[in-house]
Ligand binder design. Structure first.
Ligand code: UDP
Ligand code: MG
Length: 347
């Protein structure tokens, strides 16, 4: 076993208890200026009804509209609304990771900013947490808001994922969930950039329970994901949770070699015993094409993994913050890890 993995973490990275009883809501937003105000009204009503301190941390994932300005104004009006503005679009998964790094509560809730995750379900999540569950995930009771094609590809992906990976994803669980401080601390220590949150949440473990909720129609506009992004996301999910695609080639190679050997034997016997000369040209071409195809595929798969290893090895920060709004020193990563212009903003 690798010795370094037994090292005791330094004091600075030891989990903190989080502010007693406080709830942090992390919401990634990309160009949501038009939908935001509707979300706020419903959110405040629900959160105030909980009878515990709360904070909402918006992560502006490189919006091109007035989202950042709106978040500034919001914080000026009610300091419980805080925000992190990322320097560009890093993608939803990383935006969620950023929100969790800044969450200071005893529990954090991750939800979308498009009203598809109804704020009215928050009390149900909190109740289960109070019962002692560390992870309470929203289970979509319908997928009606997705297109048929989207539903089909999602089903296909989860089928492949569950057959290949040992991490079990709960059925129908989306990103809407509550995480206890302990879970948030573990997640915050995971620096991987090929990020598939649903898998990471499941990987961490702890006592988990699902709460059904109705996925509402999007408050405004269409999904911010593009198909290209979704494909990449699916590939990230598979590659970061299974190495079967890497290993399958050795078995396939063995199988194909065995076939080739048997075929050679067959031809040998055929020409020696029966005197039939094997037609060389077609078999040659077919086998060359077959094996080049297989080699290219396997190279491609190795490339997928190698590319990700390269991305991770560079060790760049997961995200770059261009501005923190309403977040004091008790929030977020340790000062040395911070890549921000806070100094400039303050002077
Ligand atoms: N989002 C983000 N960065 C992105 C894409 C989306 O922060 O690159 C946010 C978006 O503003 C929304 C949430 O993630 O609050 C969910 O996005 P969306 O509704 O577009 O995704 P879907 O519901 O289709 O999964
Ligand atoms: Mg949505």
């Amino acid at each position: 076993m690798h010795k370094a993995s037994l090292a005791i973490p330094e004091a600075a990275s030891l989990p903190q208890a989080g502010k007693p009883g406080m709830l942090s809501i992390a919401i990634p937003v990309l160009n949501e200026e038009r939908g935001l105000s509707r979300l706020l009204d419903r959110l405040v009503a629900v959160l105030d009804g909980l009878g515990r301190p709360w904070e909402v941390i918006f992560v502006d994932d490189g919006s091109k509209d007035g989202t950042a300005a709106m978040l500034m104004a919001l914080n000026a009006r009610d300091p419980r609304f805080k925000a992190v503005v990322l320097s560009r679009n890093f993608g939803k998964e990383i935006a969620v990771a950023a929100g969790l790094r800044y969450a200071s509560g005893a529990a954090a809730i991750v939800m979308d900013g498009d009203l598809q995750h109804p704020p009215e379900s928050i009390p149900a999540l909190v109740r289960q947490w109070e019962q002692g569950y560390d992870v309470v995930y929203g289970e979509r009771s319908n997928r009606a808001t997705d297109t048929a094609l989207h539903r089909f590809t999602a089903k296909l992906f989860y089928g492949i994922f569950s057959s290949m990976s040992r991490t079990e994803l709960p059925q129908g669980a989306g990103d809407f969930r509550l995480l206890d401080r302990r879970v948030v601390d573990v997640l915050n220590r995971m620096d991987e950039r090929a990020r598939f949150n649903k898998g990471l949440f499941a990987w961490v473990g702890f006592r988990s329970i699902g709460i059904p909720y109705e996925v509402a129609a999007r408050g405004e506009g269409g999904s911010r994901w593009r198909w290209r992004q979704l494909m990449r996301f699916a590939l990230d999910g598979l590659v970061s949770f299974t190495t079967i695609p890497l290993r399958v080639w050795s078995y396939l190679g063995l199988f194909v070699s065995a076939c080739a050997f048997l075929f050679a034997l067959f031809i040998l016997v055929e020409s020696l015993v029966f005197g039939i000369s094997a037609p060389g040209f077609p078999t040659l071409i077919i086998s060359i094409m077959f094996f080049s195809g297989i080699q290219l595929i396997s190279l491609g798969v190795i490339g997928e993994y190698l590319g990700r290893v390269y991305e991770e090895v560079k060790g760049r920060p997961l995200f770059v913050v261009s501005r923190e709004i309403g977040l004091g020193d008790d929030h977020g990563p340790q000062p040395t890890d911070r890549v921000t212009d806070r100094g400039r903003a303050r002077s």
